[in-house]
Write a new protein. Sequence first.
Length: 81
Amino acid sequence: MVDHWKLNFNHWYLIPKGWKVMPLFGNIHHNPEYFSDPQKFDPTRFEVATKPNMPFGSGQHACPGNELAKLEIDPPFDYKG
């Protein structure tokens, strides 16, 4: 059994057993190291999946609005007007 995890984000971090690690996706999605002009609203930057993207998180702490957002995104694009 592993009593710790080691993560490497340009530096090694020792995560003791029992600790919870929660990534801050909002900060990741606004990081200029990964997105040019991160404060600009530009949905086209996600058209080509060049990097992993987890806008709703995952697991036990996933965004509760995940499924609702998926249902709401299609109708505007399906509108034939």
